[in-house]
Design a protein around this ligand. Structure first.
Ligand SMILES: O=C(O)CCC(=O)C(=O)O
Length: 316
C-alpha cells in the first residue's frame, strides 16, 4: 500500500476561484495517467449538510417513491430509516437536491478537464453505509455502464470523512491504462455486497491505495479503474457518499435494450437517452431524452444474494 498521491493541483473549494486553463490541463493529465483524481473539500460543509438532510428525507419516503424502501413508521428515528438502506440508485430522479449535486458547477468544470467539453450523466447512487454494512468488491464501473470511448467516470462525493475503518474507497492507480475489463465472479465474501468481483487482474496489494478524504471531497475515477470499498467496521455512524456517473456526450450509451413496445435497434445503434447534460452541448439532442430509470434500493446481501442464475451463497 502506498500513500495517496495527488500531484495535480488540488481543485479549489466551492467558495474559491475557478481553476485556470493550465490547472485544468494538469488535472486532466493526472487523471489520464492515474485513472483517478481527488478534489479535496470541493463542496462546502453547508452543501454536504444539505445532502445529508435530503438523504434522511429520501430514506423516510418524504421525497418520492423509492422501490424497495419502507416509509418511516410512527416513532422511527432518522437512524432507524437510514440504517435499513445500504444504497439508493437514481436518487436524482426524485430529488432536486440530488439533481443539483449531479450538475454541481465545480464538479462539471473538473469533468470537462478529464472527459470532454461535452459531458452527460446517466446514473446516481446514494450510499448510506451505516456502521456494520458491507463494502463492494473489486470491480470496474464499465462492467456495468459501457461507453463506446472508455469515457465513463464516477464522481464520488464524500458526505462524511471517509476513513479506513468506515469503509473508504480503495483504488489501483493506473489500472485503467490497459483498457481491459477483467472477468467477474461471485466472491462469496461477507465483507462485500452482492455485486460480483473482478478476477485475475495483474495487480496485488502493493498496487492498492486507500482513498481517505474529508467530507465534501470528490474522488473522480475512470470506468476502467479497479476499485472497491471495505465494510464500515465502526459501531455507530455512517460513511455516506453520493456517486454520480458521467461520460462524454459524444459517445452513445449502449446500456440496455429498448423496452417492450419500443422499436428494436441493432447493437451499433443502442443509445440510452435517460441522461442529464452537465456541460457543453449534446450532439444527439435531436433524439430527445427519455425517462427510463426509477429510484430503487440496492440489495445489501443481508438476506443472501440472488442473480439471474439463482441463489449465490456466502461461503466466508
Ligand atoms: O462507495 C462505495 O462503497 C462503493 C462505490 C463504488 O464502488 C462505485 O461507485 O462504483
Amino acid at each position: 500500500m502506498t500513500a495517496l498521491l495527488n500531484s495535480a493541483p488540488a481543485a479549489l473549494s466551492a467558495t474559491s476561484r475557478a481553476l485556470t486553463t493550465a490547472e485544468k490541463s494538469a488535472v486532466g493529465d493526472f487523471y489520464r495517467e492515474n485513472g483517478y483524481y481527488v478534489a479535496n473539500e470541493l463542496l462546502s460543509l453547508d452543501e454536504v449538510e444539505a445532502l445529508r438532510a435530503e438523504t434522511v428525507r429520501i430514506c423516510a419516503g418524504d421525497v418520492g417513491k423509492v422501490g424497495g424502501t419502507v416509509p418511516r413508521a410512527a416513532g422511527e428515528s432518522d437512524d432507524d430509516v437510514l440504517r435499513r438502506v445500504l444504497c439508493i440508485h437514481f436518487p436524482h430522479k426524485i430529488s432536486d437536491v440530488m439533481l443539483d449535486a449531479v450538475k454541481h458547477p465545480a464538479v462539471a468544470d473538473l469533468l470537462t478537464a478529464m472527459v470532454s467539453p461535452n459531458v452527460k450523466c446517466m446514473q446516481s447512487m446514494l450510499f448510506i453505509k451505516a456502521a456494520g454494512k458491507p463494502g463492494q468488491a473489486w470491480h470496474q464501473d464499465e462492467d456495468y455502464i459501457p461507453t463506446r470511448d472508455r469515457s465513463l467516470v464516477g464522481a464520488w462525493i464524500a458526505m462524511d470523512d471517509a476513513t479506513l475503518d468506515n469503509g473508504c474507497l480503495w483504488i489501483i492507480p493506473g489500472s485503467q491504462k490497459r483498457g481491459i475489463l477483467w472477468p467477474q465472479e461471485w466472491h462469496g465474501d461477507r465483507r462485500f455486497d452482492c455485486a460480483l468481483e473482478s478476477q485475475n487482474f495483474p495487480y496485488g496489494p502493493e498496487d492498492e491505495i486507500p482513498v481517505e478524504v474529508k467530507a465534501g471531497s470528490v474522488v473522480f475515477f475512470n470506468g476502467y479503474t479497479l476499485h472497491r470499498s471495505l465494510p464500515n467496521t465502526r459501531t455507530s455512524g455512517y460513511r455516506r457518499a453520493l456517486v454520480n456517473h458521467y461520460m462524454s456526450a459524444e459517445s452513445f450509451l449502449p446500456w440496455f435494450w429498448p423496452g417492450q413496445g419500443e422499436a428494436k435497434v441493432g447493437v451499433a445503434q443502442l443509445d440510452v437517452r435517460d441522461i442529464v447534460m452537465v456541460a457543453g452541448v449534446d450532439p444527439y439532442a435531436y433524439k430527445g431524452t427519455r425517462e427510463i430509470f426509477h429510484s430503487h434500493v440496492r440489495p445489501d446481501g443481508k438476506g443472501g444474494c440472488v442473480t439471474g442464475d439463482g441463489e449465490m451463497e456466502y461461503v466466508k
